[in-house]
Design a protein around this ligand. Structure first.
Ligand SMILES: Cc1cc2nc3c(=O)[nH]c(=O)nc-3n(C[C@H](O)[C@H](O)[C@H](O)COP(=O)(O)OP(=O)(O)OC[C@H]3O[C@@H](n4cnc5c(N)ncnc54)[C@H](O)[C@@H]3O)c2cc1C
Length: 505
């Protein structure tokens, strides 16, 4: 490699090693920057951190990998193949949705099988299903293909895309849109719940997110053997092979600014790191209110960020059992009796309710390597209000976990209580204290129309030159495909390192 390890390359520092930060580091390394990733935690991945305990491996966060070509691109940039580092397996059927009355809807990529599932629940909704599938394809083409990797830092981009947004009903909500095609409430739920996977309320999230169903069908739902942590480890290897550095246990306290330009970082403890450009993968609210607290901001002021709408949070219970629950599918939604009312309580009223809807993950259904022989590893997550609710999780956590356990015992895991051998709980307070997420939000800013695209904090910072944002809180938004796309946008907006070197001379 000619000057791959040369210190004369312009220096890019990336704050945070979530999927967005790691993807940004690889892209910047491929462009010719010398890259340092600075991470607060003791291991990379952010929400995709890995917990290992008592012989079990638990992916902390993302488990459903969609649009894997976005990850493959990162390997291609390094002249490699993802398959050499990570074995991705297609999971089809995608998931089971179990309604409160015990009915199960099985989602799959197979059009005829999906049609049959719809007919089994409500024959009159089959024509609506066929039209909805075509509509979600159209939305995908515009919203994902044409807009997700557009830098929305110029209002002109917004104005150019506005007619398409209106034509496709981007001003409507996911639930309203879905309800035009389905009359049966179960089917309305099955085709509208997807925004919850990225922190949005289907009753307020723009109908653009109807694209997720099509994204799943087109590119498949995948699982990384060994867990999502295997992808994170592969990305870190790419960075190191490019000559980049990952510094763990290093918390950034301030982005330093000189003459209106980001000049580097100050770590907690006082160490300074000089940089030609800074990319923040930290929570956007935290980036602006804490990491740029010494800099006067025009758009993303403390006041504006305080009034912003943050996504819901999650309680995630990781547990291992000394027996296998062969009837539990790899991905199962265990829904409660309420949908709209529950979401209103979580997102709007911000109250903790006795009922909940759960997502249960059983990776050992396909990958026994994550648990000792004859055992199963699980996580179950429950959407809950973010910390604006005032809930004190230091007292609420254990009773809440017990209620989740009871619900699982009553529905899909009879006898669970007698076979738990390891357990760990994550609450909204952990999202705040471990991941430095404002309000303990699990998915940063809520994906509402007026917090999307141009209205979302831009990938090119509006406040400081030479500062760029990637990750869930910037455009296009949360979820692995979203944050990896945010890093893709950097290619269009960061300065050419050769130019930076020339101006420095
Ligand atoms: C439980 C759960 C399940 C999910 N499931 C899925 C799924 O199945 N599929 C999917 O596509 N998405 C899923 N998501 C969403 C997805 O995981 C996230 O949107 C995505 O991983 C966030 O990536 P990010 O780039 O924003 O960085 P993050 O993962 O948020 O990482 C940011 C990093 O920055 C570090 N950091 C923050 N502040 C500082 C600082 N001051 N100094 C140094 N470092 C700092 C943090 O420690 C962290 O490591 C899930 C999320 C959760 C929480």
């Amino acid at each position: 490699m000619p000057d791959a390890f040369s210190e004369s390359r312009p220096h890019a520092v990336v704050i945070g090693s979530g999927f967005g930060g790691l993807a940004a580091a690889i892209r910047l390394g491929a462009r010719g920057y010398r890259v340092t990733v600075v991470e607060k935690l003791d291991a990379p991945g952010g929400r995709a951190y890995v917990y290992r305990q008592d012989g079990f491996t638990f992916d902390a966060g993302p488990t459903i990998i969609t649009a894997p070509y976005l990850l493959e691109e990162l390997w291609t940039l390094c002249g490699r193949r993802m398959a050499d580092d990570v074995e991705l397996r297609r999971i089809d059927p995608f998931y089971d949705i179990r309604f409160d009355d015990g009915t199960v809807f099985r989602a799959t990529a197979d059009y005829d099988a999906m049609r049959a599932e719809v007919a089994r629940i409500e024959p009159d909704d089959v024509p609506g299903f066929e039209r909805f599938i075509r509509e979600s394809e159209r939305i995908y083409e515009v919203a994902f293909h044409q807009l997700a990797d557009q830098p929305f830092h110029r209002v002109a981009t917004l104005l150019r895309s506005a007619p398409d947004m209106l034509r496709l009903g981007g001003h409507r909500t996911v639930y309203t849109k879905v309800s035009r095609y389905f009359r049966n409430e179960k089917l309305r739920i099955a085709f509208s719940f997807h925004p919850l996977l990225i922190g949005g309320n289907p009753f307020t999230t723009t109908a653009y997110y109807c694209l997720v169903g099509h994204l799943e069908r087109l590119h498949g739902v995948h699982y990384a053997m060994g867990g999502t942590g295997a992808i994170v480890a592969g990305l870190v290897r790419l960075i190191e092979d490019q000559g980049g550095t990952l510094r763990l246990n290093a918390e950034v306290e301030q982005i330093t600014v000189e003459n209106g330009r980001a000049s580097g970082l100050r770590l907690v403890g006082g160490e300074r790191i000089a940089a030609d450009i800074v990319v923040s993968n930290a929570d956007v609210g935290w980036t602006y209110t804490k990491l740029l607290s010494e800099h006067k901001r025009r758009r993303w002021t403390d006041r504006k960020l305080k009034r912003a709408r943050y996504s819901m949070s999650l309680v995630v219970w990781y547990f291992g059992t000394n027996k296998r629950f062969e009837d539990v599918y790899q991905h199962t939604m265990v829904l409660g009796p309420r949908y709209e009312g529950l979401l209103r309580d979580i997102f709007k009223r911000k109250v903790l309710t006795p009922d909940f809807s759960l997502y249960l993950h059983r990776p050992t259904a396909n990958d026994p390597s994550l648990a000792p022989p004859g055992c199963d590893a699980f996580y179950v997550l429950a959407p809950v209000p973010n910390l604006a609710s005032g809930t004190d999780w230091s007292t609420e956590a254990e009773p809440y976990r017990q209620r989740i356990q009871q619900r699982l015992e009553e529905t899909v895991m009879p006898g669970l209580g007698g076979c738990i051998v390891t357990s760990r709980l994550l609450t909204p307070q952990d999202f705040r204290d471990r991941l430095l997420s404002v309000n303990g939000a699990a998915f940063s800013l809520e994906p509402q129309l007026f917090q999307s695209a141009w209205f979302r904090p831009h990938n090119v910072s509006e406040e400081v030159e030479g500062l760029f944002l990637v990750g869930a809180g910037t455009h296009p938004g949360a979820g692995v495909p979203g944050v990896v796309s945010s890093a893709r946008i950097l290619d269009q907006v960061v300065p050419d390192p050769a130019m930076l070197r020339a101006t420095a001379r």
